[in-house]
Design a protein around this ligand. Structure first.
Ligand SMILES: Cc1cc2nc3c(=O)[nH]c(=O)nc-3n(C[C@H](O)[C@H](O)[C@H](O)COP(=O)(O)OP(=O)(O)OC[C@H]3O[C@@H](n4cnc5c(N)ncnc54)[C@H](O)[C@@H]3O)c2cc1C
Ligand SMILES: Cc1cc2nc3c(=O)[nH]c(=O)nc-3n(C[C@H](O)[C@H](O)[C@H](O)COP(=O)(O)O)c2cc1C
Ligand code: SF4
Length: 661
């Protein structure tokens, strides 16, 4: 599934290439998400000003600008047609998910332009009013029209979005639907709307395309639908729809359950879909929810728990997963690491998605399978310095094209900072991308020489050039953490930083260092470093405090669906959080804190054993100038180019330069 790529909210070329790539990789059915049946909220607005309404502030969904498809617009047929042809060319089928926005979707005008099933639903940030009967009829008609456009565009089916707080979901909901008429109350009444929608869709499409549905299996609200209620609803719909998938996550309150980060186990929705499966006799059951391992997916089919396994992120990370699985090449499947940074994280900011481990996503036209890596006419000798993910990805891509690559790594292990990232509790799977890169470069006969630190001294540089005789040198030496507490909120170092009780995120994992019992983490990144290290240390029995000038920790992670999964871990570990707070002075055992917005208010924290700063990183780029002018081609990639960047930037750089050399 994939949100629309195009700023005119019609299915564009990027989307067609993206979907074709998945079909070519062996997916039997490719589904495109989020076509609106009515012009809902700011979501389908191309009016840029609507993005700046003050009501959007603080509400991630309202900020999203997801660019959904204008499924109600006759112009959509042309885009569907391009999409259908692209997918059919590779033997796949193509569906589009259609929906009328529910109350919780972004709205930029304060009071909703949209009536909802019931009144009052007070959601973020507005209150709705109840749909009247004629409006219900208009909505039902709109579903029919949108389905007709899908059929006219040559798509093979539609998926009625009945989860995530869409209008169908709200009608079905035990918590949100408070109507007193024939559309509210009993399950029979609450299901009336979707039943009428299905009937109308069948009429408009003359029963010639498939009709599937996504059902919310656990509303996670008191009084909301449970898996058992979902099963009763499914029983009512059995046979009238062709397939159902069950998931969870009302927007925006439960956004974190729509696509979950790495903390959640594979198959997390099975407890919801299994009761539904038992209720069905005719309709097929699709399961969705972190299926990364094709062997596990296969076992669900053979055991009868599912008739279809849907994979979203597994196929974002590797569109060739099905073909590789069928060929028995499991070790070649590029793993999704569940960080949600470049798929969900980009979508939520209104950008076309990409992938942290697979920068080809949304660049399929130029970098996809049909183009692939251009073999080189004249192979070059490439020396990569640094075996972090940037250096390893470059080595992989360049050697696939026929270059000869050697990698120098100063430590005994490859992976660089990604290994530290994978030491944070619950994030071990990040290591999977390092392992995958190692398997790939081994197959490509890339040589990695460990324990070799290249320094900037002239004789060292000359020796290395003499030894390897490279045509190209790539500096992929990563970054090092800022130790002084310097950050962009005061543009100042923290007084007392140069004492021996001050550390960085890199040090937190070094067992030779004694951090003592009571630790303060000074954080301005608001990403995973502070909460992750806090949990790591607290689980070792330390008393951990995080201070931040911001209003919370992990603010960026809130956009990446992390809070519902990460914060319980942090609070369970008894980590103390001090928002709007920064460090004035670090003493021998006492640390002076101050309120960032009322400096006069100071607190002395005593018996502090150590302070860890997570305030940013600086690029380790000195080798770039040391090699400049001494080698025909020289490149700087990853964190060595931009200190404090991320895995996605590093892998993108490695891939881009690996293709260009
Ligand atoms: C605790 C922590 C958590 C993180 N969590 C995330 C996360 O969740 N998501 C995310 O996207 N990013 C995360 N990051 C950041 C991410 O890990 C880095 O941005 C990324 O790994 C950088 O990759 P790189 O290859 O450019 O550099 P590095 O990983 O720093 O690799 C550089 C390599 O070069 C080697 N090297 C350095 N100097 C020399 C030399 N002179 N000679 C030979 N070898 C040398 C190093 O030993 C290292 O192996 C995290 C970082 C940390 C520290
Ligand atoms: C970038 C992205 C966009 C998504 N958009 C939608 C959507 O529009 N409609 C929907 O029903 N699910 C959407 N989802 C949720 C997925 O359909 C799927 O349920 C979820 O990602 C869990 O499956 P996975 O673990 O295989 O990724 C989206 C997921 C991602 C990662
Ligand atoms: S960005 Fe992260 S979560 Fe999303 S598909 Fe890629 S690896 Fe998986």
């Amino acid at each position: 599934m994939f949100a629309s790529d195009d700023r005119n909210n019609l299915p564009g070329e990027t989307l067609a290439y993206y979907c074709a790539e998945r079909a070519r990789g062996g997916a039997a059915l490719v589904e495109v998400s989020l076509a609106m049946v009515t012009p809902g909220g700011g979501n389908t607005s191309t009016d840029v000003d609507s993005q700046f309404d003050p009501l959007c502030v603080g509400h991630p969904m309202a900020l999203s600008g997801r660019w959904p498809i204008r499924g109600f617009d006759p112009k959509v047929v042309e885009g569907y047609s391009r999409l259908a042809k692209a997918v059919h060319a590779h033997g796949g089928k193509c569906f589009v998910e259609i929906q009328s926005v529910g109350t919780n979707q972004a709205n930029f005008s304060g009071v909703s332009k949209f009536p909802w099933p019931t009144h009052p639903i007070h959601t973020l940030p507005f209150t709705s009013r109840e749909l009247d009967k004629s409006e219900i009829e208009q909505e039902i008609e709109a579903y029919g029209v949108a389905a007709k456009f899908a059929k006219e565009g040559g798509l093979d089916g539609i998926d009625l979005h009945g989860s995530h707080g869409t209008l169908i979901c709200e009608f079905l909901s035990g918590a949100m639907n408070k109507r007193k008429d024939e559309y509210g109350g009993s399950i029979e009444n609450r299901a009336r709307f979707v039943e009428q929608v299905i009937k109308r869709v069948r009429e408009f499409t003359k029963n010639e395309i498939a009709v599937a549905m996504r059902l919310d299996g656990d509303e996670r609200f008191v009084g909301g639908n449970t898996p058992e209620v979902a099963a009763e609803i499914a029983k009512r719909l059995d046979g009238s729809i062709d397939m159902v998938t069950v998931d969870q996550g009302i927007s925006p309150q439960q956004e974190d359950w729509q696509a979950t980060p790495m903390y959640v186990e594979s198959g997390y929705n099975l407890r919801l879909s299994s009761p539904v499966k038992s209720a069905l006799t005719k309709t097929k059951m699709g399961v969705v929810g972190k299926y990364l391992d094709p062997v596990y997916a296969e076992s669900l089919l053979s055991s009868g728990l599912a008739d279809m396994v849907a994979m979203t992120r597994a196929l974002i990370a590797d569109p060739e997963l099905p073909n590789k699985a069928m060929d028995g090449r499991l070790e070649d499947i590029r793993p999704c690491i569940g960080v949600l940074q470049d798929c969900w994280g980009r979508m939520i900011r209104g950008l076309p998605i990409s992938c942290t481990v697979n920068p080809v996503v949304s660049r399929e036209k130029d970098w996809g399978m049909s183009v692939d890596y251009k073999p080189v006419e004249k192979p070059k000798k490439i020396l990569v310095i640094g075996a972090g993910v940037a250096g390893l990805e470059l080595a992989r891509v360049a050697s696939s094209r026929g270059h000869r690559v050697v990698v120098y790594e100063k430590s005994k292990e490859p992976g660089g900072q990604a290994l530290l990232a994978a030491r944070l509790p619950g994030r071990e799977n990040i290591r999977a991308i390092v392992n995958w890169l190692l398997v790939q470069i081994k197959k490509l006969h890339v040589e990695v020489k460990y324990g070799l630190e290249v320094t900037s001294e002239e004789d060292v540089v000359s020796y290395v050039l003499q030894e390897e005789k490279p045509d190209v040198v790539v500096i992929a030496t990563g970054s090092y953490p800022i130790r002084t507490g310097f950050q962009p909120y005061t543009f100042n170092e923290v007084s007392g930083w140069n004492q021996k009780n001050v550390f960085t995120d890199f040090d937190a994992f070094d067992s030779s260092l004694d951090l003592g019992k009571k630790v303060i983490i000074g954080d301005t990144l608001s990403f995973i470093e502070a909460p992750g290290i806090a949990e790591y240390l607290a689980k070792k029995g330390k008393e951990v405090h995080i201070v931040t000038p911001l209003d919370n920790i992990g603010l960026e992670l809130n956009l990446l669906n992390h809070w519902d999964h990460l914060l319980p871990r942090v609070f369970a570990a008894d980590v103390q959080i001090h928002p709007f707070t920064w460090i004035k002075n670090i003493g021998d055992r006492a640390v002076t804190l101050y309120n960032f917005y009322y400096h006069e208010k100071e607190t002395l924290m005593e018996d502090v054993d150590s302070v860890i700063f997570t305030t940013g990183k600086l690029q380790n780029d000195s080798l770039y100038s040391a090699f400049k002018g001494k080698v025909p081609e020289l490149y700087l990639i990853g964190d060595a180019k931009i200190g404090g960047a991320r895995i996605g930037n590093a892998i993108y750089d490695g891939q881009k330069i690996g293709r260009e050399i």
